[in-house]
Design a protein around this ligand. Structure first.
Ligand code: PLP
Length: 394
């Protein structure tokens, strides 16, 4: 069976060119980047090159890039690091209710350490209102952390404006850009960003490696202590093959960004329009405009998202119920709750997430099976009893 992979917000496949670039650093150039001999120097140079490529992709300088183990660690280093390093200036942090748990749970941890956190509500499309950020800023606000784009419903925030508001009040601005690399053009200076988190496996790089942009002069305390690698901000022997993979993956994503955004947008739009027009009692979660080019998130009444994902899997289509990390627990998604979706409607959610590797005929195959799968699930669903009988003639 030819499989269709529509779960790219959970993770992406490794680009074969990335694997090729990484391979010599497993078996040939295995030196520790801190060693003085030739093997060590080769590793050091490879890190240097990956750092330059990563910096270039976001308009930063190479020395402003700190390599980490992924998006979660980058978010932790940004938020904990900025909070503890700046606690003499204030103890207030602002974030939003729809952040990834890497941000939300870090903020909750900091609340236990005496910090005060404001969780900004979002509108029904998942947007943070800049006015509400302005109102929430206080003299003791040291950090604002708002994601560039949401991993479940794809809403893109106006980070430039939000970052400007944080800066006007003397606070640092962090953005979780894990879902945005290669999809949303980002320049850290234009966008008023001091800290930016990314993760290689979301853009056809390897799992377990990420980066944090730390603007020069930003006060940050490490989370991991040890040998002082990564300018003392992230001790531990560098994952050289992984970092080389991140560098290659971001270089490829940037080189192909214009065409791949165009391609993903047209596949996404075909999927959204085709699904909404062929299935009754179906709604789109998140906005039509200002949404990630690779994200479609639907709500199908009277069915369970898990049953839908498993039925699609049997047809060779991999998608997910919501975010990757919440799809194995049955809690209603905090993002859907935040945009006002009622519990009974949040149950039948399906996230379709694309990458530049997808093709338009895969959208057509999906559209060919979705009405029939939904109809079959509704026919056996006790929730269908809730459906109001349609009026005669209607
Ligand atoms: N932030 C966002 C928005 C994400 O979507 C994810 C992963 O799904 C993360 C952070 C965590 O990234 P990682 O899996 O690399 O730790």
């Amino acid at each position: 069976m030819q499989r269709i992979y529509f779960d790219n917000s959970a993770t992406t496949c490794l680009d074969p060119k990335v694997l090729e670039a990484m391979r010599p650093y497993f078996d040939q150039w295995y030196g520790n980047a801190s060693s003085l001999h030739a093997l060590g120097r080769e590793s050091y140079n490879a890190l240097d090159e990956a750092r330059r490529k990563t910096a270039k992709a976001i308009g930063a300088q190479a020395r402003e890039i700190i390599f980490t183990s992924g998006g979660t660690e980058s978010d932790n280093l940004a938020i904990q690091g900025a909070a503890f390093a700046n606690s003499s200036k204030g103890n207030h942090i602002i974030t939003s209710t729809i952040e990834h748990h890497a941000v939300l749970n870090t903020c909750r941890f900091l609340e236990g350490q005496g910090f005060k956190v404001t969780y900004l509500a979002v509108d029904p499309h998942g947007k943070v209102d800049p006015e509400s950020l302005k109102k929430a800023m206080t003299k003791s606000t040291i950090l604002v952390s708002i994601m560039t784009a949401n991993n479940e419903i794809g809403t893109i925030q106006d980070v430039r404006e939000l970052g400007g508001i944080a800066h006007d009040a003397g606070a640092l601005f962090h953005t979780d850009a894990v879902q945005s690399i290669g999809k949303v053009p980002l320049d850290v200076t234009r966008e008023n960003i001091d800290l930016l988190a990314m993760s290689a496996h979301k853009f056809h790089g390897p799992k377990g490696v990420g980066a944090l942009f730390v603007r020069k002069g930003t006060n940050l305390r490490p989370v991991v202590y040890g040998g002082g690698q990564e300018r003392g901000l992230r001790s531990s022997t560098e994952n050289v093959p992984g970092i080389v993979g991140l560098g290659k993956a971001i270089e490829l994503s940037m080189a192909e960004m214009t065409e791949s955004v165009e391609k993903m947008t047209s596949i996404r739009d075909r999927i959204i329009q085709g699904t909404l027009s062929s299935v009754d009692d179906c709604n789109l979660n998140g906005p039509l405009e200002g949404r990630l080019c690779n994200n479609a998130n639907f709500r199908f009444d009277y069915i369970e998202g898990e049953a839908l994902v498993l039925s699609l899997d049997l047809k060779g289509i991999a998608a997910s119920t919501g975010s990757a990390c919440s799809s194995r627990d049955s809690e209603t998604s905090h993002v859907l709750k935040a945009i006002g979706v009622r519990n009974e409607h949040a149950r039948g959610t399906l996230r379709v997430s694309l990458s530049r590797m997808n093709a338009m005929d895969e959208a057509d195959e999906f559209l060919g099976v979705i009405p029939e799968v939904i109809a079959r699930l509704r026919a056996i669903s006790p929730m269908s009893m809730l459906k109001k009988p349609s009026s005669p003639g209607g």
